[in-house]
Write a protein that binds this ligand. Structure first.
Ligand code: GCB
Length: 591
């Protein structure tokens, strides 16, 4: 598949959200026709499809015509669903697959219609009835394509050219420690909206004040003077606003006796928004998240972040998680561990996970896949990162559970990287300054003279929380006994241990002092040692073991112990809890 020149056609128009937008927020609360199901799929390893016009689903018209590619007659793949787990021969496939399906639609007079893709990994071109309508890059964020004109009454053929090829200037780039699942991995739907619809809204609690709500509502057209109504029936709140010439209405108002959302009390309110043509509603929670000195405060109270990470993967299925049921499974296991936070590694996971976490009372750290060696000097790559962050924030801006935006994982200090990350931060803060911004660093080093860990990184002053990935007892030997390992890292800010851990094969016994035993004994001891060391970190605000479940990774090819699995899970690929799970569970009970 040819590289997409223009990144995201549809979204490019909406920046920087000052003017009317064509965005679709809260898509599951809209009039939708699901297009999930069995799609025709043609594997196009040598990228012949464009030349052969697969997008037009051609069939022979006369006796002398022939055709080699036939979406109608091709074998089927489930959408959503990665192709890797659906067909043995596609497990390692990196390249292009053409997807296609027919669907019956009705054009609706006076309405606008869109195709909405919740996630296509990693990039795609979208064709409707033979016409190319859009391209999108980035596996983990949604995009929409307007089809009001292109849609036909009756039968339509939708074709999507998908590629999961790894590229040097993409995000993530050529290397990453997780499975490169390809496909239309999330829901696809046809959305019907009023002509002038409510395209984007933010209804959020002020960063510091417990009762002050800031609301911003954008129409899809820049019309002034339109009345927007915001209601929160449970607290008898109803306010009317008028749009400005950009089609945007903004207001701040106080609500008496507002119950704030927290892990202990995940309270949400029904919020209704309406305009002359449109009405939309959803459950929204309110909370204050801020940093004071070295503390993270949730609703004004110091909160220790008891976290864990998982990939968007169901290990037992060896495939991408995509459904509400999958979200419930992953999060229940996290909850059982005793968490109040999850770090969704290392990319934006599907909306079901974020919404479910909010319902269950789990704070969410979401990050974009700026993982290790990104092409930081490349301006196109930087634009892509900014687009990814914007798409993440815009999808989830009303999810109060989302408390942390992660902008990078394990990147190295340097001019190009710093300029890139600073731009990214600015992009994020322009859209949303209520969350805390962080990045995970793996460059904290042991200072032999001063006998402590320290970190020099040019990004420290810009971030709210400094996050450290450090694999003591696994990738590094202990310089001193754990209880003597002092930390002097970003002493004036909250410090979060965003990764630590080690591998163990479920059920394997062995010498607890020998790393290469791959034993639960070793993993259990490693967890105890690390927890002992954490007591030495004065500005510690939380920890996040790496990782909840064993996960698939082409990095991990030890024939006996790994065989394509990263075995750092506290829970095995079969869903069985390892001994280290109990160490973390006990620690979280105490915290
Ligand atoms: C890391 C990475 C994570 C890896 C992990 C590991 O530091 O952030 O993506 O999977 O280490 O297992 O080595």
């Amino acid at each position: 598949m040819r590289r997409i020149a223009s990144l995201m056609l549809a979204l490019a128009a909406i920046l920087p959200l000052k003017a009317a937008t064509d965005y679709i927020q809260n898509v599951y609360g809209r009039q939708i026709q699901m297009l999930n199901g069995k799609w025709g799929a043609i594997v196009d390893q040598y990228d012949r499809g464009l030349k052969k016009k697969i997008y037009a689903n051609p069939h022979p018209k006369g006796k002398t015509d022939f055709y080699e590619y036939d979406l109608d007659g091709s074998s089927r793949l489930n959408v959503p669903g990665d192709w890797n787990s659906q067909r043995q021969e596609l497990r390692y496939y990196e390249g292009t697959v053409w997807y296609g399906r027919h669907f019956t639609a009705r054009r609706e007079a006076g309405k606008r219609q869109f195709l909405y893709f919740a996630g296509v990994s990693q990039r795609c071109n979208v064709y409707l009835n033979g016409q190319k309508l859009a391209s999108h890059e980035g596996a983990f964020t949604p995009f929409q394509v307007e089809v009001t004109e292109a849609l036909k009454d009756g039968d339509n053929i939708l074709v999507v050219e998908v590629s999961n090829q790894r590229l040097k200037d993409a995000i993530p780039a050529l290397q990453f420690d997780w499975w490169n699942y390809g496909s239309i991995t999330r829901d696809v739907m046809l959305v019907t909206l009023p002509n002038r619809y409510i395209s984007y809204y933010q209804v959020q609690l002020d960063k510091h004040q417990p009762d002050l709500i800031h609301a911003k509502v954008c129409l899809s057209e820049a019309v002034a003077g339109e009345t927007i109504c915001i209601e929160i029936p449970e607290v008898k709140q109803s306010i009317k606003l008028r749009t400005n010439t950009d089609g945007i209405a903004e207001s701040s108002f106080r609500v008496k006796r507002l119950e704030r959302w927290s892990p202990e009390h995940p309270k949400r309110y029904e919020v209704r928004l309406s305009s002359s043509e449109d009405a939309v509603s959803e459950q929204i929670g309110f909370r204050n998240i801020e940093v004071r000195g070295t503390k993270v405060l949730l609703n004004g109270r110091e909160t220790f972040l008891r976290s864990v990470s998982f990939h968007e993967e169901i290990p037992q299925r060896m495939g991408r998680a995509y459904s509400e049921g999958d979200a419930a499974y992953l999060l229940s296991e996290a909850k059982a561990l005793g968490v109040n936070t999850i770090r969704l590694a290392h990319y934006q996971q599907n909306e079901y996970i974020v919404r479910e976490a909010e319902k269950m009372g789990i704070m969410v750290w979401q990050e974009i896949p700026v993982w290790q060696d990104i092409d930081f000097g490349n301006t196109t790559t930087c634009s892509l990162a900014k687009q990814m962050l914007r798409e993440t924030i815009m999808r989830d801006v009303n999810r109060c559970a989302d408390c942390f935006w992660g902008i990078a994982n394990e990147t190295k200090d340097g001019e190009a990287r710093n300029a890139f990350l600073r731009e990214l931060l600015q992009t994020g803060k322009d859209l949303d300054s209520t969350r805390l911004y962080t990045a995970a660093f793996n460059t904290a080093v042991w200072d032999k003279q001063r006998k402590c860990f320290h970190l020099d990184d040019g990004m420290i002053p810009y971030l709210d929380i400094i996050s450290i990935n450090r694999y003591m007892g696994w990738y590094s030997a202990w310089p001193l006994p754990p209880a003597e390992c002092r930390w002097e890292v970003a002493s004036e800010k909250p410090l979060f241990i965003s990764e630590f851990g080690g591998e163990a094969l479920y059920g394997q016994t062995g010498d607890a002092t020998v790393v290469s035993s791959w034993s639960e004994d070793h993993q259990e001891k490693l967890y105890r040692d690390n927890i002992e060391m954490f007591e030495q970190i004065p500005n510690l605000c939380g920890i996040s073991p790496w990782v909840l479940f064993d996960f698939r990774s082409p990095y991990r090819m030890h024939p006996d112990h790994q065989d394509g699995w990263n075995r750092k899970g506290l829970v095995s690929d079969q869903g069985l809890r390892k001994r280290a799970w109990h160490v973390v569970h006990d620690y979280y009970l105490r915290k």
